[in-house]
Design a protein. Structure first.
Length: 68
């Protein structure tokens, strides 16, 4: 069940997270790596993930913190 949720979160927010990482890092390869790392961190803490309304902001914060 958690893999299904992770897949849905990636489908919903993967592109936005990539673009956020690209904006911060200014390097495509680094942005791809940061996006992957972001979703690895999401997977590790998936049981604490907020509901659908807050999930996008939560993932965006993880990505931003990682990139910074």
């Amino acid at each position: 069940m958690t893999e299904d949720r992770l897949t849905l979160l990636y489908r919903d927010y993967g592109q936005a997270i990539y673009w956020r990482c690209l904006k911060i890092l200014r390097d495509e390869a680094a942005a791809e790596d940061a996006t992957q790392e972001t979703f690895l961190r999401v997977h590790r803490h998936l049981e604490r993930a907020p509901d659908a309304d807050e999930a996008g902001r939560w993932i965006l914060r993880i990505a931003t913190n990682y990139c910074l």
